[in-house]
Design a binder for this molecule. Sequence first.
Ligand code: MG
Length: 275
Amino acid sequence: MVVPIGIMLNSLDRDFFKALALAQQLGFPVIHTAALPEPWLTGPECDRVSAALKASGLEVATMFVGFAGQSYADIPTIARTVGLVQSEYRRHRLEVAKRYLPLARGVGAPSVTLHLGFLPDRRESPDYVGTVAALRELCDAAHQYELGVNLETGQEPASRLLTVIRDVDRANLGVNFDPGNFLLYGTDDPHAALELLFPLVRGVHCKDGKRPAQAGTLGEETPLGSGDVDIRRLVRRALALGYRGPLVIEREQGSGLQEIIAAREFLAMISISNE
Ligand code: MG
């Protein structure tokens, strides 16, 4: 089974336009775009981004939504700064997320994707209830543009993400499955997570890594194929289950182009030898 191999743009370069040019040069047919600076969404940059994506001829499989002030430095910082969980940022961030919708629609992307952040365990907690309500509002707004909303996996066990998705109860809510995150955050086994979440999988990040050495810290990302994910088994299983979307390479901690090219060759070999 041959599925397209894509790239998460900020794995190539932090600069959107440089990364887009590199993706074209390297011949990736499909991309995920990373979060844009918030002011771009209301400024002239929004039209520039849209025009550049259309002119590139690349397929935009999803646009990631992100927010000013987020940091992935360590677990406590992520808990404090990332996603829709924090009540003091939630309304503003929801409005930011909605600004991505016409942009995504305009460039032909089928969805937007975001990190929720660390949800409280208790479903009665105000931050849990508020986040679920915010997600409903985002899904309903996305529906107006015929778009899906995907949640990035791995910051919580798959079963908890599934609970959230059921509580939100919107047909256009799915997941972007990132096997590496389950290990980096030490939350779940990526293979068990795939079985649980598969019907909701709308995208796949090919990212590898190792579990944290100490609880409460982040694990280490590795080149694709040299971490503990067993990406070969994971990709083959996703294809066997019926996944036909792109396999999108993501490398967050910086790598260099040679490593990304090697990751693409590795994935091409896996998907061809699966036939
Ligand atoms: Mg990811």
